[in-house]
Design a protein around this ligand. Structure first.
Ligand SMILES: NC(=O)C1=CN([C@@H]2O[C@H](COP(=O)(O)OP(=O)(O)OC[C@H]3O[C@@H](n4cnc5c(N)ncnc54)[C@H](OP(=O)(O)O)[C@@H]3O)[C@@H](O)[C@H]2O)C=CC1
Ligand SMILES: CC(=O)N[C@@H](CCC(=O)OP(=O)(O)O)C(=O)O
Length: 325
């Protein structure tokens, strides 16, 4: 144990998101792991599952009541939706107040929690120690729409396609490689949680149609926007470059990005911007790795801000990602 490092506990560390987070914490100069929990991997060495981790730590399966006693300064909840609240309540009951970052959707509509989509909300962080991490599609949708929010003539329509790691590890049709083979599987075509989440946090209604594809990781969202007044492609792109030109984890690109090129990368790519002949319709394409910017990388941005280090500490950056183009 290094006394200068903050200690991180990950609850639900067997999952795809938890595993990515272990890698990021392992490479962080100001963090170390306090505990990683999994009922299924209880007792197994972490380095046997995550090669990037070097050390003796093993997975454990503490009861909720035991979590506050494990000495974590930062607790990340990487559990399925609906399972975070009992953990949070255990900390409240014990009067222990670590920084808590929740990856699930459980607190994304709770005003008492800071909603941490840094590129859009970092100005609203007021030292809150409870942080709700945005959904993966919801991140792509909000970053695609925010720069044009004031010129919309109708609700944006978003067509999303995710790799099947987005569906977690609990077996379902959406993560069954046999059912996904040669397939594109539509689901929750109205009322998906991320439709509500993006609408709520953007403050404009958004319509969202998600699908799962046979690839493992990476998602793409194509958004159709009707504009209240004519715009040129250059004017649209200028808005995106103005909004994100200085952002290390958002890359505004000319061509529509391909999802096949975003896996294992930490940033979002936003591009395309074809404008219709009448100048009143534009289409935006955003890609991100659902396990990184859609989950673990965004958690790390939020932790970094909260512990007072540079927001991108331990997040591998690629040269040119912050190009203004
Ligand atoms: N996958 C993605 O692309 C993204 C996921 N998220 C969110 O992050 C969270 C984690 O996602 P992901 O890693 O994919 O999920 P997984 O389904 O892969 O993993 C969930 C973790 O929770 C544990 N778990 C599963 N069921 C229960 C239960 N009933 N009670 C307690 N623990 C349980 C599992 O470990 P064990 O069973 O061994 O205890 C596992 O470690 C979810 O809320 C998800 O919505 C957010 C953005 C993107
Ligand atoms: C392909 C797939 O199933 N994706 C998940 C989104 C993953 C995510 O961001 O989940 P949370 O909002 O639950 O945190 C879904 O549509 O529910």
């Amino acid at each position: 144990m290094n006394v200068n490092r903050k200690r991180v506990g990950i609850v639900g560390a067997r999952g795809h998101a938890g595993a990515e987070l272990i890698k990021l914490v392992a490479a962080h100069p100001a963090l170390e792991l306090a505990f990683v929990s999994s009922r299924e991997l209880d007792g197994q060495r972490v380095d046997a599952q995550v090669a990037e981790y070097v050390g003796e730590l093993r997975y454990s399966a503490p009861a909720h009541e035991a979590l506050p006693q494990l000495g974590a300064d930062v607790v990340v909840l990487a559990l399925p939706n609906g399972k975070a609240a009992p953990c949070v309540e255990a900390f409240d009951r014990a009067g222990v107040d670590p920084l808590i970052v929740d990856l699930s959707a459980d607190y994304r509509f709770d005003e008492r929690w800071y909603y941490g989509l840094p590129e859009l909300t970092r100005g609203r962080w007021r030292g809150q120690r409870r942080i709700s991490n945005p959904g993966c599609y919801a991140t792509a949708m909000q970053l695609s729409i925010a720069p044009l929010k004031d010129v919309l003539a109708a609700p944006p329509v978003c067509f999303g396609v995710s790799g099947y790691s987005g569906a977690g590890t609990t077996p379902s049709d959406k993560n069954d490689p046999d059912k996904l083979r040669d397939n594109l599987m539509p689901y929750a075509l109205t009322g998906h949680l991320h439709e509500k989440e993006a609408s709520r946090h953007l403050g404009v209604p958004v319509e969202f149609m998600p699908h799962v594809a046979p690839h493992f990781r990476g998602l793409t969202v194509t958004t159709n926007l009707y504009l209240a007044h004519k715009m040129t492609r250059e004017e649209v792109m200028a808005r995106f470059r103005g909004a994100y030109g200085d952002e290390p984890l958002v890359r505004v690109v000319d061509d529509a990005p391909w999802v096949s090129r975003i896996a294992h990368r930490h940033h979002v790519e936003i591009g395309g911007f074809p404008v219709s002949v009448d100048g009143k319709r534009v289409v935006i394409v955003a890609t991100l790795d659902n396990l990184l910017k859609g989950a673990a990388t965004q958690v790390m941005q939020n932790i970094n801000r909260a512990i007072g280090v540079d927001e991108t500490t331990a997040i591998p950056l690629e040269r040119g990602v912050s190009d203004k183009g």
